[in-house]
Each structure stands twice: as C-alpha cells, then as structure tokens.
Design a protein around this ligand. Structure first.
Ligand code: B12
Ligand code: SF4
Length: 459
C-alpha cells in the first residue's frame, strides 16, 4: 500500500506570526508513531508542511492527516482535494476528536483520541475492505508499542530531532486544557514501561532530548525510576511539569542529576480566583518563588507559561507578570491569550454564557481574542499581550534577567539562550534556508551541559 502521512502547517508562512525556527523545532512525532503500524511492504512517506512544500498531485492508496485546531482548515482543504481524486483519507488528532461531526465532512474515516489501539484496527479493516467511518480507542496504553518510525523523519531539517514522549496526558484537570477532551471516557494519564522508555532514549543519537510529555513528573514513581535509569547516560534534556511537582520530595533533584536543564512550567496566573475558576487547583497556595529558586539552584532554566485574559485579570496584569518574570530571572516566557479550545470545559462554559465571539478555528492560536472578556476589554487584552512579549524580550530586560543570577556561567547561559531564541531570527532563517539547522544542535547541547547549580541575587 502507498501511504502518505501529512502534518499541515499550524501557521501560514505568510502570517506575521510565522517564525521559521519555532516551526522547525520538532518533527511530527504523532504521525511517526502511527507509521509504525504499517507493514514493511507498505511504502510510507511523511510530509510536514512546516519544513517542506507539500506535493499534493499524487494519488497514494491512503492519506493520513493530523488535525490540530489551527491547521484544521488547511487539513480539510488537503483532504477534500485528495478525496476529489478518489484517494481514501483518514484524519485524526486533537481537533478531530473535539469536533468529529465537522471533520467527518472531509474524511472517509476518523480516528478519535489516541491512535495506538484504533489506528492498527483501522488499517486491518481497510486491508480487508471494510473500514468503518469512526474509530474510538477501546483501550489506552503505550506499553509494548512498536518503535517510532524515526527513519521517516527528515531529521536534518529540525533543530531538535530527538523529541519523544514517555507518558500521555496528565493527572490534572485544568478547564482550559485540551487534555480532558482528548482523553474523555477513559484513562487520561498513563506511562510507558520504564525499561522501554530507557531503551528508546538509549537508541537516540547525540546528547540532547526533548520530552514532549505534558507533565514528565506527573507520576512520581515512574519519573523517579526513569531518572535513576538515565543517570550516567550523559544526556541533557528539556521537558514540562508543574509548580507543585517541582516542590514535591526530591524528584526534581533526581531529574537534574539525570540531565534536566530546562523546564516548561505552567505558572499561568498569580490570582487565586483565576486558579480556582479554571480548576488549576494544583497551583493554589504554591510558592512560585520557592519553585523558581529550587530550579535555579539545580541549574535548571525555566520557560514560564502565563495566560492572560482570565476573568479576574485587570489592566495591570501584564506589567506585574513581566516584572515578576524579570525579577526572578525566568529564562524564557510563553504568554498566551486565554483560548477556549473546542471540546474543553472552558469552551462549553463560554458557549453556554454566549461569550464566544469567533468560531474561526484559525484564530484559536492563543494570540487572538475569540471570546467576550470580563476584567479588561478585548483591545486591552490584545495590546497587553503584545506589550508583554515586547517588554519581556527587550534587550534591557534580557540583560536584567540574565544578571539576576549570581554566577557568570549562568548569566551567560541565560543571555545566550534567551537572546538566541528571540533575537537572532535572521541567523535562524539563514540556517534553515541552507539546511544547516541541525548543525546548531551541538551548540544547544553545550549550552545546556554547562549550566549548573546557583542562586538568583534577589534571595
Ligand atoms: C510539539 C508541539 C508543538 C510544536 C509542533 C507540533 C508538531 N510538530 O507536531 C510547535 C512548537 C510548532 C507547536 C506550536 C503550537 N502549539 Co503545540 N504542542 C506540541 C505538543 C507539546 C506535543 C505534540 C506531540 O508531538 N505530541 C505527542 C504525539 C505522540 O501525540 P499526538 O501528536 O497528539 O498524536 C497522537 C494522537 O493525536 C493521534 N493522532 C495524531 N495525528 C493523527 C493522524 C491520524 C491520521 C490519526 C489516525 C491519528 C492521529 O494519534 C497519535 C498517537 O496517539 C502538544 C502537547 C501534547 N502533549 O500533545 C502541544 C499542542 C498540540 N499545541 C497546542 C497549541 C495551542 C499550539 C500553539 C497554537 C500555541 C502557541 N501559541 O504557541 C502553537 C501553534 C501556533 C499556531 N498558529 O497554531 C495545543 C493544541 C490545542 C488543539 N486543540 O489543537 C497543545 C495540545 C498544547 C496544549 N496543552 O494546549 N506545538
Ligand atoms: S497541568 Fe497542564 S497539561 Fe495538565 S491539565 Fe493542567 S494545563 Fe493541562
């Protein structure tokens, strides 16, 4: 069977928000995971619109398309075009799972939820000539799954080709998160076997790893064994977790010993009312500063995630958030405008209250206001969000945050990491254009390998 798997771009290259480096970071891991379910006689190709121009004039036997909220319209267009030519199209992913009736107009088959059980069942039915219209996972597990088809990934085109996941979902239930919608009616947090995860890690070249797990420390027992197994492997890695997990026992110390060098952390908001109303209860009464200090003392850089536009926010939230991030030497910050993804409890609540102002999914990019705001106007929210990015990444604040660390090695690491990520766009574009992006990986590896424990001056 000739199979084409497509990840349509999350963002148009023509958009002012298109940052080639951001979209060349990670390969399409979901598709490469599912590609492992084809047989060795199948001719399988993966195309990722973020790093290549899609060739759409062919007629494979099967086209598989991954649909996120912001690429939904591009995905539907591609699907319609193939189906017009008689090609069988299967679609899956987060957006399809949230809005199956919408997606059904564009696909022969839909796979809802995680694909590890349903997708091989679909392939079998297709080969036997009786594919169904919809498949829903009847069980969920990532134990004993076949190895990801990394051979189908054009590794040299990505900055961090070694992305992996060793768990799925998360133990928490924040109202704005995609998670409960995607994993509805079943387990919403599960892990691989530690030995299998370690074997996958061992098989990956180079030193650097990026765990794309929603919450790598979410199962302390699993995480602890994983980190013990990774000790001595000489890896440096980045991942995501929660403020609460950083303060729980000595797990974070084990992570640091295993090579954790940067952590995406969901602070989201400083307001207890906002935390309560979005069911982000695990952040309530947590000492954010203590978490930051602990990470810094272990040499772990922080990518802080902050949401603007929650109902208890006021006009001052942008300045307070940026000031806090700079004062506490947060290495990078990701700001989001609150976005009610379809399928989430936040979306349902806003729809009930008549607050959704746009159903154009391409605008659900966390940079656009798509709902009626309460504490501040839509215009204030948009402008405040843009102001926060401009200010946090201004050279003066980059220097200020960097020199908040008390040792020169950390100051320079912070400066290069933060400056490199946001301030050298033409350089990244050049590297991408000439196919040299992957050559920059050793620079990142060295930078991460050379960070070590320290304190920020403010304490
Ligand atoms: C890596 C990543 C990115 C990467 C690139 C994505 C890529 N190459 O795939 C980058 C950095 C570009 C990115 C950008 C953004 N992202 Co992002 N990203 C992720 C992340 C962390 C991991 C994705 C991943 O690889 N998962 C692991 C694989 C194994 O899982 P999977 O892809 O879901 O695949 C499984 C199933 O979905 C299913 N499946 C998937 N595809 C298909 C296809 C078929 C045919 C079938 C049958 C099944 C199927 O089977 C697979 C195996 O179980 C997720 C969080 C997460 N945990 O998923 C957020 C996430 C996908 N991102 C999200 C968002 C919101 C964004 C941004 C909009 C945010 C922002 N402001 O930066 C931007 C995009 C900008 C824009 N204009 O749209 C949301 C998506 C919400 C939604 N409903 O779509 C997520 C869920 C984060 C979150 N918690 O909110 N992202
Ligand atoms: S902690 Fe993060 S991943 Fe988990 S439910 Fe909340 S937002 Fe989602």
């Amino acid at each position: 069977m000739r199979v084409k798997m497509i990840l349509p771009a999350l963002q148009e290259a023509e958009s002012p928000y298109w940052r080639p480096i951001k979209y060349s970071l990670f390969p399409p891991l979901g598709l490469a995971t599912l590609a492992a379910y084809f047989s060795e006689n199948d001719d399988v190709e993966i195309q990722d619109q973020h790093i290549e121009k899609l060739k759409l004039d062919d007629t494979p036997d099967l086209v598989c398309i991954q649909v996120y909220v912001t690429n939904a319209y591009r995905a539907y267009k591609i699907a319609d075009e193939y189906r017009r030519r008689g090609v069988y199209v299967v679609m899956g992913g987060l957006h399809v799972t949230s809005l199956p009736d919408e997606a059904a107009l564009h696909a022969d088959t839909l796979i809802l939820g995680p694909g590890e059980e349903a997708f091989p069942r679909f392939i079998k039915d297709l080969r036997e000539g009786h594919p169904q219209k919809r498949y829903v996972a009847s069980w969920r597990s990532i134990e004993n799954i076949p190895p990801v088809r990394r051979d189908l990934i054009k590794g040299e085109k990505y900055f961090v080709p070694n992305s992996l996941v060793v768990s799925r979902g998360c133990p928490h239930h924040c109202d704005f998160c995609y998670k409960d919608a995607f994993y509805s009616e079943g387990k919403s947090f599960y892990t691989r076997k530690v030995d299998d995860a370690l074997a996958e890690i061992d098989s990956l070249p180079g030193r650097h790893l990026y765990f794309l797990d929603d919450h790598l420390l979410g199962n302390p027992h699993f995480a602890s064994e994983l980190f013990e197994g990774m000790r001595g492997m000489g890896r440096v890695f980045q991942s995501a977790s929660t403020v609460a997990a950083v303060q729980n026992g000595n797990l974070i110390e084990k992570a640091a010993e295993a090579g954790l060098r940067s952590l995406f952390l969901g602070f989201e908001t400083f307001s207890p009312d906002n935390l309560r109303s979005s069911n982000k209860l695990q952040n309530l009464s947590k000492d954010y500063v203590a978490a930051v200090e602990r990470l810094h003392s272990l040499g772990i850089m922080i990518n802080g995630s902050f949401v603007f536009g929650l109902d208890h926010d006021d006009k001052d939230v942008f300045r307070r958030t940026v000031d806090w991030g700079i004062e506490h030497s947060i290495t990078t910050a990701t700001f989001h405008i609150l976005t009610p993804y379809p399928g989430t409890r936040l979306f349902q609540q806003m729809e009930r209250d008549g607050r959704i102002t746009s159903y154009d999914w391409s605008k659900y990019d966390t940079r656009t206001v798509v709902y009626k705001t309460l504490g501040l106007t839509a215009e204030e929210l948009k402008q405040g969000y843009e102001w926060a990015y401009r200010n946090f990444y201004s050279w003066s604040n980059i220097f200020k945050a960097s020199f908040g660390h008390d040792n020169i090695k950390q100051q320079l690491a912070h400066l290069f990491y933060m400056g490199g990520w946001k301030k050298f766009e033409p350089f990244w574009n050049f590297m991408i254009q000439y196919g040299n992006l992957n050559r920059m990986l050793p620079v990142l590896e060295n930078l991460l390998a050379n960070t070590n424990g320290h304190k920020t001056k403010s304490t």
